[in-house]
Write a protein that binds this ligand. Structure first.
Ligand SMILES: *Cc1c(COP(=O)(O)O)cnc(C)c1O
Length: 372
C-alpha cells in the first residue's frame, strides 16, 4: 500500500525520452546508462529494466554490490563496475559475468592473486582527474600486462574533469592525451573492442563519435549536466510529493520550530509538511526553500526537522486542508521547482540533491500515455 505521506514519482516516459535523445544525437556512438547510487536516487532496478526495454545494451555502476543487486533483479546485460573492487567479491564477479575496472598495477596484482584468469575488464586511464587510473605513459604497460595475463581487456576509458565548465581547453587536452594513448596501444597490436570517454556534459559538447560508448548519467534523469549551458530537450524524471499534515494560524510574535529562527511579525497561516532531513530533504533549506501548494510557491519558515517542516500559506486565497498535495520537486499548476533550484539554495550540485533522498521515501513509477 502506498502512503501519500511522501513519495517520489518517477516518470519512466521522460527517462526513455532522455535516453532516446542521446541515442539519436550520439549515434553511431551508443549510450551506456549510468545507474550507480540507485540511479542517482531514482531507483536502479526499475530504470535499468526500462533502459534495456528501450535498446540500451550496457549499464554502469560504481561498485560490485550495486551490480549484484541488478543481477539479482534479473538484469542480464553487461554491467561495468567503475570503482574500487574488493577481491573478496571475485567469485561473485565471475559467476555474474560482471566487468570490472582495472586502474593500477598494484590493484591488478591483488585481483590476479584471487582470480588467475577469465575476468573481463576495462582499463581506466587517467588523463586529468588524478583519482583512479595510471597516467597515459604507464597505462600502456598495464594494458600489455592485462592482455598477457589471460584476462579479457574488453575496454579502455578515461573521464573528463571539467566537461561541464565553460573553458574547453583542459577537456581538449584530455582528449588529445587519450587519443595518443589509443594510438600507442594500436601500434603494439592490441585491439580494444570498446572505448568510452564522455559523461553527459562531455557527450553534449565534444565530438566523441569515434568512440563506442558515452557514459550518460545525470542527463538521462533529465537533470542539467552543466551550469554553463542549458539543454532544453531534457525532461526531469523525478517529482517529489507530500501532503499538508496540519494548518494553523499564528499570532504576531509566535516562533516556529527548533531554535526559534523564525518569528512571525504579523498574523499568519502556516501549514506543516511531513517530510524532513530523515527523508533527505536538506536541513540547509531551513528558512530558504520553497514548496508548491495550490499551484503557488510557499516559503519554508524556521528549521527543517527530521520528519517535518512548516511553510507560509498566508498568501493563498484558498487555504489548504490536511491531505492537500505539496510538491517539493516538480510541477504543480503553472509552477515548477527544479532540482537545480534546490541545489543552488544549498550550495551543491543537482547530483547530490537526488542521490541523498533516503530509502524512507518510496519511489513510484509511472508511464505517460502519450509520450512525445
Ligand atoms: C558517474 C560517472 C559517469 C556519469 O557522469 P554524468 O555526469 O552523470 O553523466 C560517467 N563516467 C564515470 C566514470 C562515472 O563515474
Amino acid at each position: 500500500m502506498l502512503s501519500r505521506r511522501t513519495f517520489l514519482e518517477i516518470d519512466l516516459t521522460a527517462y526513455i525520452n532522455n535516453l532516446m535523445f542521446f541515442s539519436r544525437k550520439l549515434s553511431p556512438t551508443k549510450v551506456m546508462a549510468v545507474v550507480k547510487s540507485n540511479a542517482y536516487g531514482h531507483g536502479a532496478i526499475e530504470l535499468s529494466r526500462v533502459a534495456i526495454e528501450n535498446g540500451i545494451n550496457k549499464l554502469a555502476v560504481a561498485f560490485v554490490e550495486e551490480a549484484l543487486e541488478l543481477r539479482e533483479a534479473g538484469v542480464k546485460i553487461p554491467i561495468i563496475v567503475f570503482n574500487y573492487f574488493d577481491p573478496e567479491y571475485s567469485k561473485e564477479v565471475l559467476a555474474n559475468d560482471l566487468t570490472i575496472t582495472i586502474y593500477s598495477e598494484q590493484q591488478f596484482k591483488r585481483i590476479k592473486e584471487r582470480v588467475p584468469e577469465g575476468l573481463k575488464v576495462h582499463l581506466n586511464v587517467d588523463t586529468g582527474m588524478r583519482r583512479l587510473g595510471p597516467d597515459v605513459e604507464s597505462a600502456l604497460k598495464l594494458a600489455k600486462d592485462i592482455v598477457d595475463s589471460g584476462y579479457f581487456l574488453e575496454g579502455v576509458y578515461t573521464h573528463f574533469a571539467v566537461a561541464d565548465e565553460r573553458d574547453e581547453s583542459f577537456s581538449l587536452r584530455q582528449l588529445r592525451d587519450f587519443r595518443r594513448f589509443l594510438e600507442s596501444i594500436r601500434k603494439i597490436g592490441i585491439t580494444i573492442p570498446i572505448i568510452h570517454v564522455a559523461n553527459s556534459a562531455g557527450a553534449l559538447r565534444f565530438n566523441c563519435s569515434e568512440f563506442d560508448y558515452a557514459r550518460i548519467g545525470i542527463a538521462s534523469y533529465g537533470l542539467q549536466p552543466s551550469e554553463a549551458f542549458q539543454i532544453n530537450e531534457l525532461e526531469p524524471v523525478l517529482s517529489w510529493k507530500s501532503v499538508v499534515s496540519y494548518v494553523k494560524k499564528l499570532k504576531k510574535g509566535d516562533s516556529i520550530s527548533y531554535g526559534r529562527t523564525f518569528i512571525a511579525r504579523k498574523e499568519m497561516t502556516v501549514a506543516t509538511v511531513p517530510v524532513g532531513y530523515g527523508d533527505g530533504y536538506n536541513r540547509k533549506l531551513s528558512n530558504r526553500g520553497e514548496v508548491l501548494i495550490g499551484g503557488k510557491r510557499c516559503k519554508i519558515l524556521g528549521r527543517v526537522c527530521m520528519d517535518q517542516f512548516v511553510v507560509d500559506v498566508s498568501h493563498l486565497s484558498k487555504k489548504p486542508k490536511i491531505g492537500d498535495e505539496v510538491v517539493l520537486i516538480g510541477k504543480q499548476g503553472e509552477e515548477r521547482i527544479t532540482v537545480e533550484e534546490i541545489a543552488k539554495l544549498i550550495d551543491t550540485i543537482n547530483y547530490e540533491v537526488t542521490c541523498t533522498i533516503t530509502s524512507r521515501v518510496p519511489r513510484i513509477y509511472r508511464r505517460r500515455e502519450n509520450s512525445r
